[in-house]
Structures are given as structure tokens and as C-alpha cells.
Design a binder for this molecule. Structure first.
Ligand code: ZN
Length: 61
């Protein structure tokens, strides 16, 4: 199954809807991936404004 990401949150979604915003607007066209384990302690998460843990795409087209 091809990975998809939520266009709004940039989180990688494996189910039918986004776990953060419950949205269903996905893109399979994305570049790069980062995994946030603890968003409160992650500099990257702060920089990219990622509030929840999970796997994120860097760039979503
Ligand atoms: Zn979302």
C-alpha cells in the first residue's frame, strides 16, 4: 500500500482519516520523512510546528 500524508498536518496516515484533524484530504506526492517521538523535546518539531508524535513528510505537493 502506498503511503499518504494529510495535506493539512503533513502527518503520514495509514488509515482512512487523519489522526490529528480527522481530515481525508491526502496526498501521495511528498518528499522526505521525519519521525517525531516527543514533540515537546524535539527541536525539529518546534521548528516545523508539529504538535503530535508520529511520522511526518517534510514537503507535501
Ligand atoms: Zn490532518
Amino acid at each position: 500500500m502506498k503511503k499518504k500524508v494529510c495535506k493539512q498536518c503533513k502527518i503520514v496516515v495509514s488509515g482512512d482519516k487523519c489522526p490529528i484533524c480527522s481530515g481525508t484530504d491526502f496526498s501521495t506526492n511528498f518528499q522526505g520523512r521525519i519521525y517525531i517521538i516527543d514533540s515537546a523535546k524535539s527541536e525539529v518539531a518546534k521548528k516545523l510546528n508539529l504538535g503530535a508524535k508520529g511520522e511526518y513528510a517534510i514537503k507535501v505537493k
